[in-house]
Design a protein around this ligand. Structure first.
Ligand SMILES: *Cc1c(COP(=O)(O)O)cnc(C)c1O
Length: 395
């Protein structure tokens, strides 16, 4: 269940074990599988926020067509990998970040009319004489479309959110770009959802997004070059549903991408989640009010997702034979245990009622599918415990 090279990497860790292992080969195989499902010529970008470990980003950058970034920090990291395509999104870009994006030659997903003005001001100022007037900064409008119905954990379009330009204001935005000679409008960014598990629905969403973009561009007189349908390919952490790439491929196969238009995808989670394992050693076992608790050297400050989403993350027991103490080693057999962390809050729970055949203090619990939105979204300094080791294998 846990790949031998991941187990080998864990065996080398100092005790008590607390580590993330990222297997770059798994990430590469996933990239290849996703790419095979996309129409020929499609651009496959990696959304850096899912896992921004520099080694992971550098490895991904070698296998995808470019990187999607959402902050100045991510932009700097992406530029450092030499990625040929960088797309910069996010609802609150500062002038300094916009300026860095212009300098890096990034394609900017503009999220408001004001941002378009600020981007043009920064681009004109930065490139006085050379850049101003030659429409050198490529920009796409991130649109919050009026009606998109796609299931997933975080809907960002078709509902009120801080993201993008309301579809009703699209005409004004296009007219504004025409008045800003530093900018060249190339198309639309339509990222709509996260963690969608329905590949058939996702393919239908992509086809609809393309049709909508072609129609909107025609209506508004935009020479369409670029349609970015975002990310959102999902993983079923607690169950056994699978985002079916064959179904995605079949659903996209009939789609006609007009000549001259680049269709871009920018998944984050799906490309890296399955490449990550979080491992934490059991420091104590106890029973209170009739329930067993396995207390880990680790917890939600390293892997926040189960607490944030309110589910139990599956884990596998890796037995460790070494027991250095002269006293008896605590263990439970054929039990259900709540798997909790080292924080002083009852919310520090990674899994409830995990079924174990045998679990001893000193064994290690390993949580798969933790390579995306794991360490990156966690409140790592709460209580100031040491960080997990981060181990890269593969490549
Ligand atoms: C977060 C994000 C993504 C990646 O989403 P996943 O659900 O990880 O695939 C892509 N595009 C934008 C604009 C994002 O904000």
């Amino acid at each position: 269940m846990i790949p031998p090279d991941v187990l080998a990497a864990l065996r080398d860790q100092r005790r008590p074990v607390c580590a993330y292992v990222y297997d770059l080969d798994v990430a590469h195989r996933t990239v290849d599988a996703v790419r095979a499902a996309l129409p020929p010529g499609a651009l496959l970008l990696y959304a850096v926020k899912a896992n921004s470990h520099p080694g992971v980003v550098a490895a991904l950058a070698r296998h995808v067509d470019g990187l999607e970034v959402a902050s100045g920090g991510e932009l700097e990291l992406a530029a450092g990998t030499g990625a040929s395509t960088i797309v910069f999104g996010g609802p609150a870009k500062t002038d300094a970040e916009l300026s860095a994006a212009v300098a890096a030659g990034a394609l900017v997903h503009a999220e408001s009319l004001l941002e378009l003005r600020r981007l043009a001001a920064v681009a004109g100022g930065d490139r006085a004489g050379a850049g101003a007037g030659d429409r050198c900064v490529r920009v796409a409008l991130r649109v919050n479309r009026a009606g998109v119905d796609l299931a997933g954990s975080h809907r960002m379009t078709g509902v009120p959110t801080q993201f993008g330009i309301d579809e009703a204001a699209l005409g004004d935005a296009v007219a504004l770009v025409r008045e800003l000679p530093a900018l060249r409008l190339v198309g639309f960014g339509l990222h709509a959802v996260s963690n969608n598990l329905d590949a058939v629905a996702h393919a239908a969403y992509v086809a609809d997004a393309l049709d909508w973009s072609v129609a909107a561009a025609r209506r508004l007189g935009v020479p369409l070059e670029y349609v970015n349908v975002g990310g959102g390919l999902g993983l079923d952490y607690a169950g056994d549903k699978r985002f079916d790439l064959d179904a995605l491929r079949a659903g996209l196969a009939g789609m006609r991408v007009p000549r001259g238009v680049t269709l871009a995808f920018e998944p984050g989670r799906f490309l890296v989640a399955s490449a990550g394992w979080y491992a934490a050693e059991v420091l104590d076992l106890k029973r209170t009010h009739g329930r067993w608790f396995a207390v880990l050297r680790g917890g939600t400050h390293h892997f926040r997702l189960p607490a944030a989403w309110g589910y139990s993350h599956p884990a596998v027991v890796v037995p460790v034979e070494d027991w250095p103490y002269p006293f008896e080693r605590p263990e439970v057999r054929d039990a259900h245990v709540d798997v909790v962390g080292e924080l002083c809050t009852p919310r520090d729970v990674l899994a409830r009622e995990l079924r174990v055949d045998r679990l001893r203090v000193g064994d290690v619990l390993v949580f798969g599918n933790t390579g995306g939105y794991g360490w990156d979204i966690s409140h790592r300094d709460f209580l100031r415990h040491p960080y997990p080791q981060i181990v890269l294998i593969g490549e």
